[in-house]
Ligand binder design. Structure first.
Ligand code: GUN
Length: 293
């Protein structure tokens, strides 16, 4: 089958250009710039890259942004205190705490300390609860990016069988919820599969849409996929590759080369969901800014 790429890089670039234009108009009319603060605790290399990318995206869009880098050994109370002071800072619209946090810090406690009106990651229990019952709120950036990508490519979702691989709070669980909601992009019949699911292949084979967020390189093979399926690959897995200068390369959860020919649409890795996550974070930050005006 002749498959089409769901080009997250190009779609995200278009969204970022729209946001940049909107910010230019705001500033030209005397408004202040939207502003995002990110807190990064410790030295997780992937987290460092993600935060640097977010910082650059903010600068490109004309947002003001700040990264607060705290050492690995930062205490939980010190982190909570930092969050409280940003909550109260009227110059900050959006606040994110990059995950994962060092093991001695209670992640849920930290997320719950963020003012829900600044929770542009959509991780706060209030944001997640609102999402669950379909109220207006900040949607978590990766699920939101996936929905936007399906939308911009006019992918039909109504009545489709959608299989979500993975049940994380950040991706699997929220994206399953969102695709089962009324309206577009939604109205899917969603099955959430995970590490304890018996016979994942059987479910995957029935899927019109597969969202792979399981964190295992090349997990989705061609014999698990129905002809004409739409596949969104959320995986970012680092595997050894001696042909690269770095010694590694990033691959998704889908065995792309073998699976793509069976698909109608599929996201590449990199250049699929990753860039959409950043675009969604900017959209949420702009939304937080507008809510506060
Ligand atoms: N870690 C992995 N994805 C995310 C994300 O979208 N936001 C934050 N804060 N941390 C993450």
């Amino acid at each position: 089958m002749e498959y089409k790429l769901l080009d997250g890089k190009a779609t995200a670039a278009a969204i970022r250009a729209e946001i940049k234009q909107e910010v230019e108009d705001i500033v030209a009319n005397g408004g202040r710039r939207p502003s995002l603060t990110a807190i990064l605790v410790g030295n997780n290399p992937a987290s460092k890259t993600y935060v640097a990318n977010k910082e650059k995206a903010c600068a490109d869009a004309g947002f003001t942004s700040k990264v607060i880098r705290l050492p690995e050994e930062t205490g939980e109370e010190e982190l909570l205190e930092t969050i409280r002071s940003i909550n109260e800072d009227p110059a900050v619209d959006g606040l994110i705490v990059q995950l994962p946090l060092p093991r001695h810090i209670d992640e849920q406690k930290v997320i719950a300390a963020i003012d829900p009106s600044k929770d542009v990651d959509g991780f706060h229990p209030i944001s997640q609860g609102k999402m669950l019952i379909g109220q207006d709120t900040f949607l978590p950036a990766t699920p939101m990016g996936i929905l936007t990508l399906l939308e911009r490519y006019n992918i039909e979702t109504k009545g489709k069988n959608c299989v979500v691989l993975g049940r994380s709070n950040i991706v699997g669980r929220p994206v399953a919820n969102l695709l089962s909601r009324k309206g577009y992009p939604g109205d899917c019949t969603v099955t959430m599969c995970h590490s304890r699911t018996k016979d994942i292949e059987r479910f995957a084979k029935e899927a019109d849409i597969i969202i792979a967020a399981i964190g295992i390189p090349f997990f989705v093979k061609e014999d698990m996929v129905k002809e004409g399926a739409v596949i969104v690959d959320v995986g970012i897995n680092s595997i050894e590759d001696s042909s690269r200068k770095s010694g590694y390369r990033l691959v998704g959860d889908v065995d792309f080369d073998k699976v793509a020919p069976k698909c109608s649409y599929i996201t590449p890795v990199p250049g699929g969901v990753g860039p959409m996550t950043i675009a969604s974070l900017l959209q949420n930050t702009l939304k937080a800014y507008k809510n506060r005006k």
